[in-house]
Design a protein around this ligand. Structure first.
Ligand code: GAL
Length: 355
């Protein structure tokens, strides 16, 4: 669990001030207490050229204090520090978003860059493909990600290793040996359509995840404009059922009390962070209703999501389809054993059954 800068701050809005203020707000808002731990600085933190020593360096205008100082400030708050890099010659910022001069890749500098990260106190590396083969580079995907895994290991500093190649080459089949988490889809966006598209693409992947190696359906859009409060809640619930890494992607400094309460909702988070680490999945559909189930260390959770543009009532057949729900607690209302519900448009409900 943590926070990542990309969904809100993109490129030119990313500054050391934003990162430090966010880390402080994570502490003040109780997000840290709820388990959000990693503060990940995504693309655009770099200068467009390496230093004379060949090392990556922080963008002088937006990160004047440098990465070691930033890492220290994050650590002083009791949080962990994450950074972004790419295996090709350029990061995505330079390739796709046309931010001139920003975004050097680690190609042929893998060990030096891993060493820099370790020197700066980095605890989490997001390594993002970004058309790494552009410009005549001939990289084999799994090998390129394994190369950096080895470079990290050589530093002797433990780091969470998060890889991102958008699910192109079925990373769930090879990445569990290499990385702690791997993206399964292209980028999420702040819309219900995007959340649904990504949730649907997780179908069939549950068997590949487990403690220490996770499918990553991408960072959260919870609290961002483009999702209603109901949609944000369903989005977080779905990611909880998916045992997904939870990386907040909102402006934590200015979030509403409602967003803070949602991100720190202990009922949802205790499902998300269940120690057994078994990913749940969609088990069925009726019309616009999706049915979900996740096995938990002390029982199981079932959920119903209403994808329709209007409200839908649950029928007795719907309840039967969810299995034996004796003693089931609706984690939204706290009510026990009640299913005669109507779900608002895009609303999700989860029931937890303890064995
Ligand atoms: C994309 C990646 C995003 C973000 C962006 C930065 O490739 O999927 O999560 O890191 O690059 O440019």
């Amino acid at each position: 669990m943590g926070w990542n800068s990309w969904n809100t701050f993109r490129c030119y809005d990313l500054t050391e001030q934003v990162v430090v203020q966010t880390a402080e707000a994570m502490v003040a808002s109780s997000m840290k207490d709820a388990g959000y731990e990693y503060v990940v600085v995504d693309d655009c933190w770099q200068e467009g050229t390496r230093g004379e020593d060949g090392r990556l360096r922080a963008h002088r205008g937006r990160f004047p204090s440098g990465m070691a100082a930033l890492g220290e400030q994050i650590h002083d708050l009791g949080l962990k520090f994450g950074l972004y890099a790419s295996p090709g010659r350029r990061t995505c910022a330079m390739i796709y978003d046309r931010y001139p001069g920003i975004g050097l890749g680690s190609f042929s500098h893998e060990q030096l860059d891993a060493d820099s990260m370790a020197d700066w106190g980095v605890d989490y590396l997001k390594y993002d493909w970004c058309r790494a083969n552009r410009g005549g580079t001939k990289l084999d995907e799994p090998a390129a990600f394994a190369h950096m895994a080895q470079a990290i290991q050589n530093t002797g500093r433990p780091m969470v290793y998060s890889i991102s190649e958008y699910g192109r080459s079925k990373p769930w089949e090879w990445a569990p040996q290499v990385a702690n988490l791997w993206r399964t889809t292209p980028d999420i966006g702040p819309s219900w359509r995007s959340v649904m598209r990504i949730a649907d693409k997780q179908h069939g992947l549950a068997q590949f995840a487990g403690p220490g190696h996770w499918n990553d359906p991408d960072m959260l859009e919870v609290g961002n404009a483009g999702l209603s409060p109901t949609e944000s809640r369903s989005h977080l619930m779905l990611w909880a059922m998916l045992a997904a890494p939870l990386m907040a992607g909102n402006d934590v400094r200015s979030m509403s009390a409602q967003t803070r309460d949602l991100l720190t909702d202990s009922q949802i988070l205790s499902i998300a962070m269940d120690p057994a680490g078994r990913q749940g999945e969609r088990t069925g559909r009726r019309g616009k209703l999706d049915f979900w189930r996740r096995e938990l260390s002390d029982g199981f959770a079932v959920g119903v999501l209403n994808r329709a543009r209007s409200a839908r009532g649950l029928t007795t057949e719907d309840r039967d389809r969810l299995g034996d729900l004796t003693g089931a607690v609706d984690i939204t209302s706290g009510e026990i054993g009640r299913f005669d519900l109507t779900l608002a448009s895009h609303e999700m409900r989860i029931w937890r059954v303890r064995s």
